[in-house]
Design a protein around this ligand. Structure first.
Ligand SMILES: Cc1cc2nc3c(=O)[nH]c(=O)nc-3n(C[C@H](O)[C@H](O)[C@H](O)COP(=O)(O)OP(=O)(O)OC[C@H]3O[C@@H](n4cnc5c(N)ncnc54)[C@H](O)[C@@H]3O)c2cc1C
Length: 343
């Protein structure tokens, strides 16, 4: 079988690499960073990816690491709670520090060649899959988007996931392994925010008097887990319009409010596994493989990307946020409907 090179070892690259190894394909995966490391992420895995994880036989390993099942969600703004819902299917919450390390260890055991700490060429070419993550964009419509995350202890939550809306963005809290809570927010600003390395706690802790501030009053922060990310681009893109064979955020990034980006990375890798294995065994040529994967990704994700864009807008535009808020009060099923449409 012909060898496959995967550039990028986030969830998309690692899942594809594992799927290909299971089919006997020789795999070389490279990542610019090293493992384990903290990443900006809500660490809330929901949706169809959980079935992919199960089908790859990885679920018990995640449970062993202390992954927490989360079956309910609270949405809050200021001091009030808008909605409290049970999820149709429980989500799984585990730090990316543990999750990525677990996958890379598994991959190494299964015979892949893994190279870390070195940036590889990310040029589209035959046999190379680009799983390189988001495409940076300094600003979008004049806004600078950035994400912050850190773990904390001594935080009591009223649900497995809490989503807190504020005037600057939204912050998600979920229980993860070892009695920790992951606190992760997406924010936007018109001007550069230079002092995040010192001001991150105030960004994540919400406005005074809010339910979020109350939750985090006694927080014991794990300073080493703090990470930040900037230059995010949230405009949806189609895989068929991109050059090369891409999966995960390297195609497009779904707004984080959906808690579906990790799922899309894992599901996309799963969809790509069959065609790439067929190329490796000589049953498909490379242009057909690239096209087939792109069509599968667009078919699977275009509807949820469309709805997610609307949801993202509702989170930041005061008028749309109030409209969504009032609709949710009148029609209690409204938040659940939005949740379903982005999956
Ligand atoms: C604030 C925020 C909160 C989020 N919360 C959630 C959530 O709760 N639930 C959820 O499902 N999703 C969430 N997401 C989205 C989720 O984290 C991403 O969609 C997912 O991690 C994408 O995985 P990926 O493998 O495509 O990319 P990444 O995880 O970004 O991996 C790409 C990898 O490629 C490597 N790389 C890049 N270029 C090169 C190169 N040239 N050579 C070698 N290596 C390279 C990088 O080092 C990186 O490790 C959130 C995102 C943000 C920003």
């Amino acid at each position: 079988m012909k060898p496959v090179t995967i550039v990028g070892g986030g969830l998309a690259g690692l899942t594809l690499a594992l799927g290909l190894r299971r089919r006997g394909v020789p795999v070389k995966l490279s990542d610019a960073g090293t493992y384990p490391r903290h990443r900006v992420c809500g660490e809330y895995l929901s949706g169809r990816a959980i079935s992919v994880i199960q089908s790859l036989g990885l679920r018990s390993g995640l449970d062993h690491l202390g992954a927490v099942e989360s079956s309910d969600v609270i949405i809050s703004r200021g001091s009030s709670v808008l909605a409290r819902r049970r999820l149709p299917q429980p989500a799984l919450c585990l730090s990316r520090y543990q999750f990525d390390r677990f996958l890379v260890d598994q991959l190494t055991r299964e015979g892949a060649e893994v190279q870390t700490g070195q940036r590889s060429s990310a040029q589209p070419e035959e046999g190379v899959i680009l799983a390189t993550g988001r495409q940076p964009a300094a600003t979008e419509h004049g806004w600078r988007w950035f994400g912050l995350k850190a773990h904390a202890r001594h935080v009591t939550l009223g649900a497995g996931l809490e989503m807190h809306l504020s005037s600057r963005g939204y912050i998600g809290l979920c229980r993860i392994e070892d009695a920790q809570v992951n606190v992760c927010g997406l924010f936007r600003s018109r001007t550069p925010v230079p002092d995040l390395s010192t001001s991150w706690k105030s960004w994540l802790s919400g406005e005074s008097g809010s339910l979020l501030a109350q939750r985090l009053r006694q927080a014991d922060w794990d300073e080493t887990s703090f990470s930040s990310i900037a230059a995010l681009s949230l405009v949806p893109r189609r895989a068929v319009d991109r050059e090369g064979l891409r999966i995960g955020d390297a195609v497009t990034m779904i707004p984080p409010v959906t808690g579906n980006g990790m799922s899309m990375a894992i599901e996309g890798a799963d969809l790509a596994t069959g065609p790439v294995a067929d190329w490796s065994s000589g049953q498909l040529d490379w242009p057909s493989t690239t096209q087939k994967v792109a069509k599968l990704l667009d078919h699977a994700f275009s509807t949820r990307l469309r709805h997610a864009r609307w949801l993202q807008h509702a989170m930041f535009d005061p008028f749309t946020q109030s409209l969504a808020w009032n609709l949710s009060r009148i029609f209690p099923a409204f938040p659940s409907l939005l949740f379903r449409l982005t999956r």
